[in-house]
Design a protein around this ligand. Structure first.
Ligand SMILES: Cc1cc2nc3c(=O)[nH]c(=O)nc-3n(C[C@H](O)[C@H](O)[C@H](O)COP(=O)(O)OP(=O)(O)OC[C@H]3O[C@@H](n4cnc5c(N)ncnc54)[C@H](O)[C@@H]3O)c2cc1C
Length: 382
């Protein structure tokens, strides 16, 4: 591989990993020890297990850990807690909205670099209602574990200088297609989604996410006592899984699964679908399929069609995904694919490329995991 941009002989290469999900952690393990990771929220959550946690919240503890504990304490790498808002492919740096910031600020390289990071570095602060449980915070030599000092810290501008890299791995995954709060699997963490979030819980924090899971569970548990109804929109593997978990742990619920396909698990083999369909029928989960089914909560005809003329007590939308790669320039994103496109285009070496197939960002930016799409497949050129 050619020397990376701005590399001086003898200096350790700086790798930056964006996102701390399955792909980000795998990349981190391969790059260790010379990488920085930008990740948010403050915790890892094992996505394949999260739907069971709503039915049985005791499971949730085993699905999560704090990045601070694992990345900094165990791996000894630098973890930056924030949301990447832009990658500058020419300058080889990432712009980051630090946790607590209202807007990202770009500080030119030079004398000021590092100043703000040092002053505003906060390890963990978990909101508990109105107060804050501060585990560790530091700013310009001030160290605190008192809520009053934390509030003082929070009044400082929380912005980071651009984070330079020699190599960058984008692993930001994807998120649910549902409106904010509508899907149980993806926490509302991006700044633009949080603004629309109604629940008041801040799921960027472990405590906020725990409360969302527990509150949802309590709501479902009280629903089952009065034999309440739940509608799950989408009979893909997540919809089917959620329906079966809820029915198993909360058998008093009346569960309906609806999909505009002709069967469940449409992209999977027919044998898998008939096995799951048989299981759902046996345990009393109703299923409704058909191309005429378009989820529209305001349309009475929809509710009649799914056999719930009075509506459902709780609805979950588990159909479709959307790209999270809004921080990348349009020329590097597919114009088609699930959720209308927006997937990061890569070549066979996983280097980010433009829609014309040209390597982008000096060839040192890679994408892996759910955020990426093969350029040949996405453009239909191969
Ligand atoms: C309910 C459910 C069940 C599943 N079951 C299975 C299964 O049984 N087997 C299987 O193989 N797969 C399963 N999957 C799929 C699997 O979970 C995903 O393929 C996998 O998690 C993708 O990993 P990732 O690292 O690409 O993305 P993610 O796990 O989504 O991680 C991306 C991370 O990047 C962060 N991020 C996003 N944007 C930014 C940004 N701008 N700045 C900083 N950080 C950012 C996100 O907050 C997130 O933490 C399941 C998925 C779901 C939803």
């Amino acid at each position: 591989m050619a020397a990376a941009h701005g590399e001086s002989p003898g200096r350790a290469r700086r790798a930056l990993v964006v996102g701390g999900g399955a792909a980000g952690l795998a990349a981190a393990r391969g790059l260790w020890p010379s990488f920085s990771g930008v990740a948010f929220p403050e915790y890892f959550e094992f996505t394949p297990g999260v739907l069971r946690a709503y039915a049985d919240p005791a499971r949730w503890e085993a699905l999560t850990f704090l990045y601070h504990e694992v990345l900094e304490r165990h791996l000894g790498v630098r973890w930056i807690w924030g949301e990447v808002t832009a990658i500058d492919g020419d300058e080889c740096c990432a712009h980051v909205l630090a946790a607590f910031s209202r807007e990202s600020e770009t500080i030119p390289r030079g004398a000021d670099s590092g100043r703000v990071t040092e002053r505003c570095y906060i390890h963990q602060a978990c909101p508990l209602g109105e107060s804050y449980r501060v585990i560790a915070a530091s700013a310009g030599g001030m160290s605190t574990n008192s809520p009053a000092d934390l509030r003082k810290l929070m009044s400082l501008p929380f912005s980071l200088p651009p984070i330079p890299y020699d190599f960058c791995v984008l692993a930001g995954g994807c998120h649910s297609n549902a409106a904010a709060g509508g899907s149980p699997w993806s926490p509302a963490v991006h700044a633009r989604v949080r603004d629309a979030e109604q629940s008041g819980l801040d799921e960027r924090y472990l405590e906020g996410r725990r409360r969302r899971v527990v509150e949802e569970h309590q709501h479902l548990a009280s629903l089952q006592q009065r034999r309440g109804s739940v509608l799950i929109v989408g009979a893909g593997y997540t919809g089917v899984e959620f329906a079966c978990e809820l029915q198993h742990h909360l058998p008093g619920l009346c569960i309906t699964v609806a999909d505009s396909m002709e069967r469940c698990l449409e992209p999977l083999p027919e044998q898998a679908a008939s096995y799951c369909e048989g299981y759902m029928r046996r345990v009393g989960i109703r299923t409704v399929y058909g191309h005429d089914l378009r989820y529209d909560p305001k349309d009475r005809a929809f509710w009649t069609r799914v056999g719930l003329p009075e509506g459902a007590d709780r609805t979950y939308v588990l159909s479709g995904v959307r790209s999270s790669a809004y921080f990348m320039p349009k020329e590097t994103l597919s114009d088609r694919g699930p959720g209308g496109g927006g997937w990061i285009l890569t070549n066979r070496s996983l280097q980010v490329v433009t829609r014309k197939g040209v390597r982008w960002g000096r060839g040192v930016v890679f994408a892996a995991g759910d955020c990426a799409a093969s350029s040949a497949a996405a453009t239909g050129s191969g």
